[in-house]
Write a protein that binds this ligand. Structure first.
Ligand SMILES: NC(=O)c1ccc[n+]([C@@H]2O[C@H](COP(=O)([O-])OP(=O)(O)OC[C@H]3O[C@@H](n4cnc5c(N)ncnc54)[C@H](O)[C@@H]3O)[C@@H](O)[C@H]2O)c1
Length: 258
């Protein structure tokens, strides 16, 4: 029997992370759901305990990261894929910068991603095979008022992705990122509840005129993880309904043709 493919998904208990776990299961992987919210990860994992394994993880804490990867390899021996989906957001204007918000967001979104990449690489480099998919965002490619911590963290994830891809290319590892536009998850609901997101503006600003479903992001993550993407490394794939392609000229500005 061929060896099972093993994936670790940080933030696997919710949103894009959970959709990725479900999609990986559908395509035959075994999946560790590594999340701060262990109760929720366990609930999710109980839906198929042969395939899913819930593990507590705080990406801000090096000991927690090391213990998490140790538990996963104790159970399954190796790791083929790491998906870094754990992420948080906070809003603060530059002139009144909330340094705690800055440090918290950078700690989870950037340093947390790096901690998990380094931990996974120990197992992957030893076997000279493995792939990593990081979550950036359209926010990493554009500016937005009050979004310095989140946007800077996501731009830095792109740089980290490219650096790791180049550094590990000859060692058999591929590293890519996806940059979602606006996705229908709890993170987005929080944005709306806090009054910091006007959905009608987002829908107008997105050429396809709608939000993404978590599955639409998960399926691109699964493609990047698959053999079909065996020569793709160091790339950032926008999954954004045309958001980044558009520089904002409304179609009403086009005169009717004579
Ligand atoms: N939802 C969107 O519109 C959107 C758009 C672009 C990028 N993203 C990115 O995609 C990723 C997933 O977003 P989502 O919308 O699914 O979010 P979500 O809030 O639904 O899920 C995030 C998960 O991360 C976990 N988490 C938070 N802090 C953690 C920590 N310290 N250690 C371990 N786990 C932790 C949470 O418990 C949660 O399960 C994030 O990196 C986010 O920035 C989301």
């Amino acid at each position: 029997m061929p060896e099972a493919q093993i994936a670790v998904v940080t933030g696997g208990a919710s949103g894009i992370g959970w959709a990725t776990c479900a999609e990986l299961r559908r395509t035959g992987w075994k999946v560790a759901l590594a999340d701060l919210d262990i109760g929720r990860a366990e609930e999710r994992a109980a839906s198929d305990s042969d395939v899913f394994f819930a593990v507590a993880l705080d990406v801000r804490n090096q000991t927690s990261v090391d213990e998490c990867f140790q538990k996963i390899t104790d159970r399954w021996d190796h790791i083929d894929l790491l998906v870094n989906s754990a992420g948080i957001q906070a809003h603060t204007r530059l002139a009144e910068l909330d340094w705690l918000a800055w440090e918290s967001v950078l700690d989870v979104n950037l340093s947390g991603t790096l901690r998990c990449m380094v931990a996974a690489s120990r197992y992957m480099l030893a076997r000279k095979r493995g792939t990593i998919v990081n979550l950036s965002s359209v926010a990493g490619e554009r500016g937005a008022p009050g979004r310095a911590p989140y946007n800077a963290s996501k731009a830095a994830v792109v740089s980290l992705t490219r650096t790791a891809a180049v550094e590990w290319a000859l060692s058999g590892l591929r590293v890519n990122a996806v940059a979602p536009g606006y996705v229908e998850t709890e993170m987005l609901a929080e944005f709306q509840q806090s009054g910091s997101l006007d959905l009608s503006h987002i829908l107008q600003r997105t050429p396809m005129g709608r939000l993404a479903s978590p599955l639409e992001i998960a399926s691109v993550i699964c493609f990047l993880a698959s053999e079909a993407a065996s020569f793709i490394t160091g790339q950032v794939i926008a999954v954004d309904g045309g958001f980044l392609a558009d520089y904002g000229v409304p179609s009403s500005h086009v005169p009717d043709s004579a």
